[in-house]
Design a protein around this ligand. Structure first.
Ligand SMILES: *Cc1c(COP(=O)(O)O)cnc(C)c1O
Length: 230
């Protein structure tokens, strides 16, 4: 079942790339495995998936403990400063950096371990009250500050678009984030690299790819509905 879903999602990714005149190699599928058991992750691994997304520090640590194969674990959830130390050397990319204080903490913990931690800045592009992420106006000053930190390397931007029935409604937000990304890229800020754009989930990843996503984060479309009560 999972492998059929993966095949379906990969086909949709290829079709979206084709429509947009993009090379499918530019788009990486992150299988969002939060709340799902190791057995399901193994099924996706057997299919060839190497990038997995988790939103809780504890769960990410448990899973890296149980699965020894070299996978890329993406931290996509809100991150508290006191938990950074547990994942700074386990996450291939932290997608959810939305403050100077969090970036500074990640940098400190990375320096302790002699590594440089790749991060994305989360932008609340639709300005939803309920969402984390920086406002558009805060992005450039924040990047200029973060560029001074030795233990982090900014790789790009991430957003979580609104929950909508019709994915076309989110296209304007994806386009807006892409424009911000291009804009910042052209400023050539030291230590700030704009090469990744993490946007699009089960409901809207095709539109996100058409608007320039390099990472799409798909959970339900691969592993089925999540049950938060167990
Ligand atoms: C859960 C989650 C996803 C995946 O959502 P689906 O709708 O199940 O594909 C993507 N991104 C983030 C940040 C998430 O927390």
């Amino acid at each position: 079942m999972i492998q059929d879903n993966l095949k379906y999602v990969e086909d949709k990714i290829k079709e979206a790339c084709k429509r947009a005149g993009r090379n499918p190699r530019e788009v990486t599928l992150i299988a969002v495995s939060k709340t799902k058991p190791v057995s399901m992750i193994k099924e996706a691994m057997d299919y060839g998936i190497t990038d997995f997304g988790e939103n809780k520090v504890q769960e990410l640590c448990d899973k890296t403990e149980k699965i020894k194969e070299p996978l890329k674990w993406h931290m996509i959830g809100h991150l508290q400063r006191n938990k950074v130390k547990y994942i700074v050397d386990k996450a291939a990319l932290i997608h959810s950096v939305d403050s100077w204080r969090l970036a500074e903490k990640i940098s400190q913990e990375a320096e302790k371990k002699n590594i440089v931690c790749p991060i994305l800045i989360e932008v609340n592009i639709a300005e939803e009250e309920s969402k984390y992420g920086v406002r558009k106006e805060e992005l450039l000053p924040l990047l200029e500050e973060i560029s001074q930190l030795k233990g982090v390397q900014v790789k790009g931007l991430m957003t979580i678009a609104p929950f909508v029935e019709n994915p076309q409604e989110n296209r304007k937000y994806f386009r807006e984030l892409h424009n911000l990304y291009i804009d910042i890229k052209s400023k050539n800020i030291d230590n700030v690299n704009m090469s990744e754009l993490s946007m699009g989930m089960t409901g809207d990843y095709e539109a996100a790819i058409e608007e320039g996503a390099t990472y799409v984060r798909v959970g339900t479309g691969i592993f089925g509905e999540r049950n938060y009560t167990i």
